[in-house]
Write a protein that binds this ligand. Structure first.
Ligand SMILES: [Zn+2]
Length: 288
């Protein structure tokens, strides 16, 4: 009997050791970004996007301007190694609050709101290391570090639509450990921004988790992307060409122009039209 108990105990210890070794191997093989992402309180609620058939008018691209009540910006441009920036591309640039920091004009107001929200909700302030880069700057970065830097014309920084942000003493990978990093990663979608390279998105984006790189896309796109756990690539191509979608008081449509014309939904306000860099235009409008 005594011998049997000893034998059982030895066997249990052996099982325990094997399980501990397997568990350690699994933990070692999980990338650091997933460890960090698990610490965050992502509160996602799936957003349903339904197809509708609204009344429309056809408008030529040249008529899409402020005078006719349409805001035309670059907010929904997909920029990656498959969809590079055209050599004629010019970022629409503005200065952020007399700081000398240049960003794409369409995100100036939203970045100010996000920055204020970080200050009022956390004890941190949000700082920017890098927003707009010229093609030459991106080329130099790529030549210096082709492993980490993106190819010239494939970097969102050339559009000024992205910002690399940090909190005091918490930059880069450590950003997530700060209150500002936690806030930005779980709330930036409320201000029109997305974490462009999310921890679940490497298969689509080909870029590992960058909790510090925020990208402006505007509302309600940022909300849909965050809540439905998408990448920008997946989101843009989920919008079928020439369909109209209704989501939370907005109409969204992605269209390839025909004879230089696109269809605009009627009975809406605050129209925003952006070229998506895949040959289509995305129209976003609030339903009246
Ligand atoms: Zn970046």
């Amino acid at each position: 009997m005594k011998y049997l108990n000893k034998y059982r105990i030895r066997r249990m210890v052996l099982y325990f050791c094997v399980i501990a070794i397997i568990f350690t191997i699994i933990l070692i093989n999980i990338p650091w970004e997933d460890h960090l992402a698990w610490q965050l309180d992502y509160d996602r609620k799936r957003i349903d996007v339904k197809t509708i058939e609204p009344n429309v008018i056809e408008i030529t691209l040249s008529e899409l301007n402020e005078e006719n009540g349409y805001t035309v910006n670059q907010s929904l441009m997909l920029i990656n190694t498959d969809y590079k920036l055209d050599e004629r591309f010019e970022a629409e640039i503005g200065e952020y609050k007399d700081t000398g920091i240049l960003m794409n004009r369409c995100m100036l107001e939203s970045y100010a709101l996000l920055s204020e929200a970080v200050t009022s909700n956390t004890a941190d302030n949000l700082y920017v290391t890098s927003t707009l880069r010229t093609r030459n700057e991106q080329e130099t970065l790529y030549k210096d570090d082709p492993e980490t830097a993106t190819l010239p014309d494939a970097s969102e920084h050339q559009s000024g639509l992205a910002a690399d942000v940090y909190a005091k003493n918490f930059a880069g990978e450590a950003f997530l450990k700060s209150n500002a990093g936690q806030f930005v990663n779980t709330h930036c979608h409320e201000y029109g921004f997305i974490i462009r390279y999310p921890h679940y998105g490497k298969g689509e984006t080909k870029i590992r988790f960058e909790p510090w790189h925020i990208r402006y896309v505007g509302m309600p796109h940022s909300d849909i992307i965050y809540n439905n756990k998408l990448t920008l690539e997946e989101y843009i191509f989920s919008l079928e060409e020439n369909r109209f979608y209704e989501v939370g008081g907005y109409i969204i449509t992605r269209q390839k122009p025909e004879n230089n014309m696109i269809k605009i939904p009627l009975n809406c306000k605050n129209y925003v039209i952006s070229n998506d860099n895949t040959g289509c235009y995305i129209v976003t409008a609030e339903i009246i």
